[in-house]
Design a protein around this ligand. Structure first.
Ligand code: NAD
Ligand code: ZN
Length: 284
């Protein structure tokens, strides 16, 4: 297939939309970029939390553990900042558009690297969270899981902020399980192993669909970054939406240069002739 590159998305740049509509069966792979317009900074963006907190220290367990011993207030400040951002983030038109594509039977599933719960918040039903979810807590003893509301998490954050930010304050985020064990946020940190069931579900989604939509991921975090290469290998059509080129742009059949929150609602408008509405706030 001839490669099409849309450097400035307009309503006229429509052949990738025809392809999506004609083949219908699509899976999406999303990354931090789709939530950038919701106020959550991407990993490698120019500003944001990861420029202030080195991910080599703060995104892995040994780094966090060591810093907790020598400077507990830094870890507490990091944790409260991360959760405050996630609690305050609202889904953007890109999230709503993907939920609508699923409602309309075009999108089968979303494979996401995000841990922000925003796909579920807009009603996307089949979401494979490769890296877990910060609103879900997992018991380190019995492995059971429990999801917390934004309100519950906000109260924990208030307690942490008002604490003396000592080593012991960390107990507040390690909530108690019924079995007596401690529960931690169920997100995968650097160096931790991903849930193999989720990985194999993601590969099944690629197998069972004709199109892979890649939205807002730079393609440097593995094993998620293998998925587009596998899709290419088995002949699937790849459509990428990103304001900048990524590791996947060279293998994409269509590269749509633009923000997810602008391109995806336009896709809905082109296919269904409708403008997405948000019940509470009117037009998106
Ligand atoms: P990344 O930060 O490495 O790359 C972000 C990509 O999104 C870039 O290619 C960028 O050009 C693109 N982008 C920026 N704004 C965009 C927009 N408005 N629309 C579409 N694309 C946009 O992200 P990654 O590849 O997902 O890897 C980051 C890792 O860190 C992941 O493993 C993820 O778990 C984690 N993370 C998650 C969140 C979240 O849950 N929202 C946020 C930051 C990091
Ligand atoms: Zn337990």
């Amino acid at each position: 297939m001839e490669k099409k590159i849309y450097s400035d998305f307009t309503y006229e740049s429509e052949s990738f939309i025809h392809e999506l509509f004609r083949k219908r069966k699509a899976a999406a792979l999303t990354g931090a970029g789709i939530s950038e317009e919701s106020g959550i900074s991407t990993f490698r963006g120019d500003n944001g939390i990861w420029k202030r907190y080195n991910p080599a220290i703060y995104a892995n367990l040994p780094g966090l553990g060591f810093t907790l011993l020598v400077a507990p207030h830094k870890v507490i400040n990091f944790i409260t900042e991360v959760f405050d951002t996630l609690i305050n983030a609202k889904p953007n038109p890109g999230h709503f558009a993907l939920a609508e594509l699923e409602n309309q039977g075009i999108l089968s599933s979303i494979i996401t690297q995000n841990i922000d719960n925003l796909h579920q918040e807009v009603g996307s039903k089949r979401v494979i969270e490769l890296h877990g979810n910060m609103f879900e807590f997992r018991c380190m003893k019995c492995n059971c899981k429990r999801k917390l509301s934004k309100g519950e998490l906000a109260s924990i954050m208030d307690e942490l902020k008002n604490s003396r930010k000592s080593l012991f304050a960390i107990k507040k985020i390690l909530i108690k399980c019924n079995c007596g064990g401690k529960m931690r946020p169920n997100a995968v940190l650097f160096g931790e192993v991903l849930d193999q069931t989720k990985i194999s579900d993601a590969y099944k989604e690629i197998n069972n669909n004709e199109v892979l939509l890649i939205i807002g991921t730079s393609g440097v975090v593995y094993p998620a970054a293998y998925l587009p290469w596998y899709a290419k290998e088995i002949g699937k059509t790849i459509i990428e939406i990103n304001p900048d080129r990524s590791k996947f742009s060279e293998i994409a059949n269509y590269f749509v240069k633009g923000k997810a929150g602008e391109v995806l609602p336009s896709v809905i408008e082109q296919i269904f002739g409708v403008t997405l509405m948000n019940d509470k706030e009117g037009c998106l």
